[in-house]
Ligand binder design. Structure first.
Ligand SMILES: [Fe+2]
Ligand SMILES: [Fe+2]
Length: 297
């Protein structure tokens, strides 16, 4: 199987050359920093209220902390030294994401009650986590862009998180290449043999996120949240959200070596959904026009 790219810019997926490429590009793009050194800004009352009303902090902390521990243990089982180094680096970065969130929780007195369930450090756990990240990052790219454009929080704070999104983009590109390489070394070498587990894994990841989202909506601060975000959410439509996700995903993915695989399933589904949503919007607009004419006639 080959990753399609222009001219001679191809690499055989599953080969040693591919392994060198996806590991080296991941390791070489690592940036050292400590979130305790970040210039965390002071926030006004409205910004603090908005930040505290965002309902994801407990879950985000649990995911990042759990992933750091699970990945660090999983990496120890990897016999290939270069792949092991890359996995250890991702474990370090996930743990650092947890420390970024902890800095924010401490600084802005966010209410979190993390309860990190112990995860078995297995290949299956890493694969589930990887596909979850592919789904979460795609949505996260769009949400972050819309939130930043709408100035929901001060730029001094949101700009700090750009590097986190860049790291998540690096993680999902590393993951889709690792999983293709890993399946190849296990004998899953045809396009169908690779596509089938990929689709099943994405299906399971989407189901996990739908279930998690439904549980989160069971919270009791719905009206308060609407009051805090109403003015910036009023122009948000499903099409605008999906379009932001697609555009941002394209922008982040353009930064990687063209020979590397990228997550493709969620962006393809999103493009299909966007075409559908835009058609609905056009039909609605077409029905609205005659009404307006009749009131002026
Ligand atoms: Fe992370
Ligand atoms: Fe990640």
């Amino acid at each position: 199987m080959k990753q399609l790219a222009a001219g001679e810019l191809t690499v055989h997926i599953g080969s040693d050359e591919h392994k060198e490429l996806f590991c080296r590009s991941f390791i070489d793009s690592h940036r050292p920093y400590d979130p305790r050194d970040w210039p965390w800004p002071d926030l006004d009352e409205m910004s603090l209220a908005r930040l505290r009303a965002i309902p994801i902090w407990t879950l985000a902390l649990e995911v990042e902390m759990g992933a750091g521990v699970m990945l660090a243990k999983f990496a120890k089982h990897e016999p290939d030294p270069l792949v092991r180094e890359a996995l250890e680096l991702q474990a370090y970065e996930e743990d650092r994401h947890g420390r970024i969130l902890q800095c924010m929780v401490d600084r802005y007195a966010l209410k979190v009650e993390p309860n990190v369930p112990p995860q078995e450090p297995t290949r299956g756990a890493f694969i589930d986590f990887g596909y979850n990240e592919c789904v979460d990052s795609f949505g996260g790219f769009g949400i972050f862009r819309l939130a930043r454009d709408a100035r929901i929080l001060p730029e001094a704070l949101t700009s700090l998180f750009v590097r986190v999104l860049v790291e998540e983009a690096r993680h999902i590109v590393f993951f889709v290449n690792w999983v293709a390489w890993d399946r190849y070394r296990r004998g899953l070498r045809g396009a169908i043999l690779q596509a089938l587990p990929t689709l099943l894994s994405y299906g399971a990841a989407v189901m996990r996120r739908v279930k998690g989202g439904a549980e989160m909506q069971g919270g009791d601060n719905g009206q308060d949240t609407l009051d805090l975000f109403g003015d910036v959410l009023k122009d948000l439509t499903p099409a605008r959200f999906v379009r932001a996700c697609i555009e941002e995903n394209d922008r982040y993915m353009a930064a990687f070596d063209p020979r590397l695989l990228r997550p493709r399933v969620i962006p393809a589904l999103a493009c299909f959904a966007l075409a559908l949503l835009e058609s609905i919007e056009r039909i609605r607009a077409a029905f609205r026009k005659p009404e307006r004419r009749s009131t002026t006639g």
